[in-house]
Design a protein. Structure first.
Length: 114
């Protein structure tokens, strides 16, 4: 079982920002696909953002609901995946999971509330 260590969740007011981090062993960080999912109470898990590495470039995709507000990035030197979340809304409240290959993080709670 590969362990992904997530951090950065918390409580923030609407309009605020958070940055999630996901540290992974170097042995899996070179995998082609990685990303972030979230699951809100009573809702299905949904994809938020992803990076797919090819020989030419990294291809990034976002859910329509977060485009222009969230930014996914990776630091290969630190074996860490990030999700910068700006202009947060109450509907962004969920448990956020990082995924690298077929490995899932433990989840980190993000709560957006005044």
């Amino acid at each position: 079982q590969v362990q992904l260590v997530e951090s950065g969740g918390g409580l923030v007011q609407p309009g605020g920002s958070l940055r999630l981090s996901c540290a992974a062993p170097g042995s899996i960080f070179s995998r082609n696909a990685m990303g972030w999912y979230r699951q809100a109470p009573g809702k299905q898990r949904e994809g938020v953002a992803s990076i797919t590495r090819t020989a030419r470039a990294d291809y990034i995709n976002y859910a329509d609901s977060v485009k222009g507000r969230f930014t996914i990035s990776r630091d290969n030197a630190k074996n860490t995946l990030y999700l910068q979340m700006n202009s947060l809304k109450p509907e962004d409240t969920a448990v956020y999971y990082c995924v690298i290959g077929t490995n899932w993080g433990q989840g980190t709670q993000v709560t957006v509330s005044s």
